[in-house]
Design a protein around this ligand. Structure first.
Ligand SMILES: C[S@@+](CC[C@H](N)C(=O)[O-])C[C@H]1O[C@@H](n2cnc3c(N)ncnc32)[C@H](O)[C@@H]1O
Length: 304
């Protein structure tokens, strides 16, 4: 693996959460630098299988040369179909470590970081056409307002949307420096980093349809897990954690748990972690990326 591609977060906690059967079929839907995948492989015997997904071609540099390992270069929102194509209708465990890798974040040209004056890109899958620049230069004011407010929890989202729409009349906003220039009067003094991180989060979620694909993934994960199979998810902000928690607890993304006529719950999973698992003090010191990580684990219920 390439040095410094990514340091896996909550590694031993994830492995414990998966409760790996040595001859089982496991899926890592966010392969990245392959840190979690390589650890899963260590717990499998020669009959075990690991299928890994990543939509970013850069992750393919880290493919593990191992007969038990299969790589799928697709979005994890197509989990079920791709597993079926490989001949797996049901699996024993699924891991998702959401968001971007350190590699993606540290590559200036990918446009994920507020540290570099790069083009406003932010696509994990570079085959897609929607970039952050396209969002900023083509979305109408109301849509921009909604994205900044909802996905970035930006306090002055309405004024921000207005400033973007006004600035792009002069010339398209293509780079981070042009963007910052256009919105400079709205950035709170002394809180520039936090503000820009929220704005970038909003754009990244929109560009990669992150909430939509997460919900599609969770629904399919519950379908393809065997009874007793484990779903292990690490999220890094509340907009990701909320659907994960709701789905694990209630089998849906909003509303109350539904029960049938006999009082049996309709949910496919049982959440095992009453509270999210957070990084230990030791990991927090070693890896700053683990600061916002929340791990939740659920088990597929046996309804037979
Ligand atoms: C946080 S990193 C995973 C790091 C990995 N666990 C490791 O130990 O190196 C997330 C990875 O998942 C990929 N990814 C994020 N969302 C995805 C999606 N919807 N479909 C496929 N891959 C996705 C990203 O491209 C990135 O490489």
């Amino acid at each position: 693996m390439e040095n410094n591609y990514h340091t896996p977060v909550l590694l031993s906690e994830c492995i414990e959460g998966l409760a790996i059967k040595p001859n089982g079929v496991y899926v890592d839907v966010t392969f990245g630098g392959g840190g979690h995948s390589r650890e899963i492989l260590k717990h499998l015997n020669s009959d075990g299988v690991l299928v890994a997904f990543d939509q970013d071609p850069d992750a393919q540099r880290n493919i593990v040369p191992d007969e038990r390992f299969k790589f799928v270069d697709q979005n994890f929102s197509h989990l079920k179909n791709n597993l079926r194509l490989l001949g797996y209708r049901q699996v024993d465990g699924i891991l998702a470590d959401l968001g971007v890798s350190s590699h993606q974040f540290n590559e200036a040209g990918r446009g994920f970081s507020t540290r570099y004056d790069a083009d406003l890109d932010m696509r994990m899958d570079q085959q897609r056409e929607l970039t952050a620049a396209v969002v900023l230069n083509t979305y109408d004011e109301a849509k921009l307002h909604k994205i900044f407010g909802l996905y970035g929890e930006v306090k002055n989202a309405k004024s921000l949307a207005k400033a973007v729409v006004t600035a792009r009349l002069r010339e398209p906003i293509k780079t981070l420096s042009a963007f910052k220039g256009a919105i400079s009067t709205l950035i709170p003094k002394g809180k520039e980093n936090k503000y820009m991180a929220q704005v970038f989060q909003a754009l990244r979620i929109e560009v990669n349809s992150e909430i939509e694909v997460l919900e599609k993934f969770l629904l399919q994960a519950a379908e393809v897990l065997k009874p007793g199979g484990r779903l292990v998810v690490i999220s890094y902000h509340s907009l990701e954690d909320r659907p994960v928690k709701n789905f694990m607890m209630k089998g849906k993304f909003s509303g109350e748990l539904e029960k049938d006529f006999y009082g049996n719950s309709q949910k496919p999973l049982e959440m095992i972690t009453r509270k999210a698992i957070l990084a230990s003090e030791e990991e927090l010191l070693r890896n700053t990326r683990s600061r916002s990580a929340k791990l939740r684990i659920a088990e597929k219920l046996d309804k037979s």
